[in-house]
Design a protein around this ligand. Structure first.
Ligand code: NAD
Length: 477
């Protein structure tokens, strides 16, 4: 699991991916450098009084590119947070937003903290204080910088941040749009919690629609029965694994968590594993599976698809040549180092890259932000009208059938499904599905159209760089 010490930092890895793509493009002189660098990073050290003692915390908010505003990117709470990581993640956000056409620049934040060391009240105090420090510098603001959840944060923290912003900006009618990933009752949107995992599912479904690509990965058929190993059963990993098992018939054969991993070649019950982890805090002792203390060794297990959904640098020069999966989808940000990526490309492993694979989160965040700015739930105006029009058609079909004595019978399942107008959740899923399909098709077109584009990652970076370039050239520097 440990990242190899002779490897490049996360930021160097992202920069090298960028350079590789930029080298294949004809960009105006100097523009590649301007796009690649992180515009600014704010470091804040603040104190919170806990149990009569003042504890000092360190936090960051990096703004990578402001070619579009607001800039967007999650806030991570973890002990390992550092400036290099936050800058790398902010850069990935710029490229990700460009690739999926979410109209944002890239940003990312982080707080050095182990959330498990504090109770709920303490976490609220700390989060609100960190948010205050960012709000007063417009690093949280509906029109300038809009955070979202990331590792170690969830809708709970986003609700505190939104409330903190509203307390400071009492007359801002768009206050709720200052952060996304909020609970639905506090201005969030249906489908955001599952969005990144759902996006991974939609990405894989789109991949399997392209038989040539499936063949390149040495696979065939559909997702049904495919053996999948997932690392990280948190927000992204859990929803991806659960949806792929429930809705696509995939077999989740391995789950790797913080303190070990479990494997069952016949498939694990994702809901049961999640419940077991909620109760015990780990996977050790879970029945119906082999347990291994060295969870990372399961990355090398025999499987069809590997989904790293925890943290960066887990596939590196130390294990890349032993990875057996022919298809890897990067649900986490930066799970494969630059050198490991080269090794895997040489082996012919197909990698669905992070800037595309986990973009479901920011896509639905974009919908949430639009919902907050328009102050109305998606579907509220048109749903019943749509149902009425469908009802007219069904009535007419029934009348025709009776009048012409054709004896047609509409099946109750069809009638029910057809009569139901789309609510917010259906619309969010439809928008996400469309985004994931369109972005994959754009990437594969570039990938297959040029011999010098060796991977979906390089293709994805090229599309992103092209769009950011256009933005810069249109608005001027
Ligand atoms: P999370 O905190 O909800 O879950 C992370 C999971 O990984 C936890 O279950 C944790 O126990 C596990 N984990 C931590 N260290 C591990 C280790 N060494 N080995 C195995 N498992 C380990 O975080 P998340 O929101 O699911 O984010 C996971 C990844 O997805 C991150 O790279 C994040 O940047 C990326 N991502 C998240 C979102 C989002 O919407 N939450 C969006 C895009 C990308």
């Amino acid at each position: 699991m440990e990242q190899q010490t002779n490897e490049l930092s996360f930021q160097e890895t992202v920069d090298l991916y960028f350079n590789k793509a930029a080298a294949l493009m004809d960009l105006p002189p100097g523009l590649a450098d301007k796009i690649r660098v992180c515009n600014s990073v704010y470091t804040v050290r603040f104190g919170v009084r806990l149990h009569g003692e003042i504890k000092t915390f360190v936090g960051y908010r990096a703004v990578h590119s402001e070619h579009m505003e607001p800039v967007k990117g999650g806030i991570r709470f973890a002990n390992a947070v550092n400036q290099d990581e936050v800058e790398a993640l902010a850069a990935l956000m710029s490229y990700k937003c460009a690739l999926v056409e979410a109209p944002f620049g890239g940003s990312k934040g982080g707080l050095v903290i182990n959330p498990r060391d504090y109770n709920d009240e303490e976490m609220e105090l700390i989060t609100r204080r960190f948010a205050y420090e960012l709000i007063k510098r417009d690093l949280i603001n509906p029109s300038q910088n809009v955070p979202a959840p990331d590792m170690g944060t969830s809708e709970r923290e986003m609700a505190w941040i939104a409330d903190q912003y509203a307390r400071i900006n009492t007359t801002d009618i768009n206050a709720r749009a200052c952060v996304t990933g909020k609970p639905v009752h506090a201005g969030g949107i249906n489908g955001r919690t599952e969005a990144t995992g759902r996006g991974v599912q939609f990405a894989l479904r789109e991949f399997f629609r392209h038989k040539d690509d499936v063949k390149l990965a040495g696979l065939d058929g559909s997702l049904a029965g495919k053996r999948i190993v997932v690392q990280g059963l948190g927000n992204v990993g859990y929803h991806a694994a659960s949806l792929l098992a429930k809705e696509d018939g995939a077999l989740i054969t391995g789950i790797i968590e913080r303190r070990g991993g479990i494997f069952n070649p016949d498939g694990l019950d994702v809901e049961a594993v999640r419940q077991f982890m909620d109760e015990t805090g780990c996977t050790s002792g879970y029945p119906d599976a082999q347990h291994t203390k060295d969870g990372a060794s399961l990355l090398e297990a025999e499987c069809d698809i590997l989904i790293p959904a925890a943290l960066e640098g887990v596939i590196n020069v130390g294990n890349a040549d032993r990875i057996k999966a022919r298809l890897i989808i990067e649900a986490a940000n930066g799970p494969i180092t630059f050198k490991a990526d080269e090794i895997l490309n040489r082996k012919g492993t197909i990698i669905i890259p992070d800037l595309y694979a986990n973009a479901g989160g920011v896509t639905v965040s974009y919908f949430e932000w639009v919902k907050n700015l328009s102050h109305i739930r998606f579907g509220r105006m048109e749903r019943r009208q749509e149902e009425k029009r469908h009802e007219m058609l069904i009535t007419e079909l029934k009348r025709l059938s009776a009048d012409t004595k054709l004896g047609w019978e509409l099946s109750p399942d069809f009638t029910d499904a057809y009569l139901r107008g789309a609510g917010e959740l259906e619309l969010v899923r439809s928008g996400l599905d469309d985004t994931m399909r369109t972005a994959y098709q754009a990437m594969r077109e570039v990938w297959h159209s040029r011999d010098d584009v060796d991977s979906l990652r390089t293709a994805g970076f090229m599309i992103a760089i092209e769009r950011i370039t256009r933005s810069y050239l249109t608005k001027g520097l």
